[in-house]
Write a protein that binds this ligand. Structure first.
Ligand code: CMP
Length: 144
């Protein structure tokens, strides 16, 4: 099934110049880019994006981290892109992410884990609607 997912290179990934390598991994895998922008994320957006986490003890530091610099947000499309992206990205905790995954190759700490990837098709739909206007997304006519 063709689906879409939200991928965001977090401030540490942008500062470390990892955007190009991350895009390359999604392109190499065969996914299609349908949206891309760099933005300074607002606290309002983060509150909606991380609603399930707002009671967690690490939430204030998560907010501080996610607003510490620009984020590069992307929408990728393709067959099983949500699940495959999670595999490309690796476990939330980089210590559990195998080498070859983005987190397994580029990060060591859960609170600076370089990249976000939607965790389900429904979650992806909500996140894409939150981060992008439909006019910012390309409707490709051909697939796979
Ligand atoms: P992600 O899965 O993209 O979205 C939630 C984020 O919260 C997660 O990445 C981490 O950046 C952060 N996070 C999750 N658990 C912890 C934790 N125990 N300590 C610090 N940050 C966390």
């Amino acid at each position: 099934i063709r689906e879409r997912t939200l991928i965001a290179v977090k401030p540490d990934g942008v500062q470390r110049r990892l955007v190009g390598q991350i895009i390359q991994r999604f392109e190499m895998r065969g996914f299609q880019l349908v949206g891309l922008k760099m933005l300074q994320v607002s606290e309002e957006l983060l509150l909606q994006h991380y609603t399930s986490l707002c009671k967690k003890p690490f939430y204030p530091s998560l907010l501080q981290y996610m607003t510490s610099g620009p984020v590069v947000a992307m929408v990728w499309e393709g067959h099983n892109v949500v699940r495959s992206s999670r595999m490309l990205v690796g476990d939330t905790n980089p210590a559990e992410a195998p080498p070859g995954t983005i987190r397994g190759d580029f990060s060591i700490h859960i609170s600076r884990n370089v990249i976000h990837a939607s965790d389900s098709v429904e979650g992806a739909q909500k996140e894409i609607a939150l981060w992008f206007q439909s006019s910012e997304l390309i409707e490709w006519e051909c697939c796979d």
